[in-house]
Design a protein around this ligand. Structure first.
Ligand code: PEP
Ligand code: MN
Length: 263
């Protein structure tokens, strides 16, 4: 179902009125984790003004350490929803547990499957049973074939609204957080009709590399960019060191729009 042969024309996924694919770019931005209501409102206002069209934030966070902040759960879903509504943006948030799919479906316009759960087949089946667009991130040691087979799990349940995301794979060099596989975007475009976006925030983990790597993604054909933005990165509850400031994000959006005009 994910293949180009099955469906030669590029698919367009509609996230609360925002189209992704077929020349429509998703500009997903927001903090890593959902934070306090006021801060979520401020960041929403800033990214919207900068040109974002979908707001992100994790209410359920997959943290390496069980002692690190795990997210604010349903309270976080409400805060994200309210901030998105207040600033006219649909919202995307991660689900990690099949038991939470129903509640995330109630609050979000798009359900994210994170890298760590890309092959959680029970979870994929569960989101496949909803009719909500799904943002499926590539696992950190998943091949492109693995990614497309995971998309197949969702599609085979009758949910045709899948957007893929290249967010870097495990590399041997710690100079970047992960190894950004920008060629994967072009490969996926050849194999599948599904939209694919890039996440240079998690791929590189470095604010200095995020803008050029976002542009590289768009240059190879990505249908959007997913960027972590925070107005006070040193205070962020998670992934602060890789957050762009709103003004840096605004500058990047301007560059992306200029580049996209060439295609
Ligand atoms: C995220 O988007 O905040 C996240 C945890 O990403 P990934 O699953 O790609 O690591
Ligand atoms: Mn993050």
């Amino acid at each position: 179902l994910a293949s180009r042969e099955a469906h030669p024309q590029a698919s367009i996924v509609d996230v609360g009125g925002i189209k992704i694919g077929g020349g429509n770019l998703a500009m997903i931005a927001g903090p890593c984790a959902v934070e306090e209501p006021e801060r979520m409102m401020d960041i929403a206002a800033a990214v919207k003004k900068a040109g974002a069209n979908i707001y992100r934030g994790g209410a359920y966070k997959p943290r390496t350490s069980p002692y690190a902040f795990q997210g604010s759960g349903e309270e976080g879903l409400k805060i994200l929803r309210e901030a998105g509504d207040a600033h006219g943006m649909p919202v995307v948030t991660e689900v990690m547990d099949p038991r939470c799919v129903e509640i995330v479906d109630q609050y979000a316009d798009m359900i994210q499957i994170g890298a760590r759960n890309m092959q959680n087949f029970v979870l994929l089946t569960e989101v496949g049973r909803t009719r909500k667009p799904v943002l499926l991130k590539r696992g950190m040691s998943a091949t492109i074939e693995d990614l497309l087979m995971s998309a197949e799990y969702i599609l085979s349940q009758g949910n045709s609204q899948v957007v893929l995301c290249e967010r870097g794979v495990k590399g041997f060099d710690k100079v970047t957080r992960n190894l950004y596989d920008v060629a994967a975007v072009a490969v996926v475009k050849g194999l599948s009709h599904l939209p694919i976006i890039v996440d240079p925030s998690h791929a590189t983990g470095r604010p200095d590399l995020i803008p050029p790597c976002a542009l590289a993604g768009v240059a190879v054909g990505a249908d959007g960019v997913h960027i972590e933005v925070h107005d006070c990165p040193e205070r962020a509850k998670s992934d602060g060191p890789q957050a762009l400031l709103p003004r840096q994000y605004a500058e990047l959006v301007t560059q992306i729009r200029k580049l996209a005009e060439l295609f």
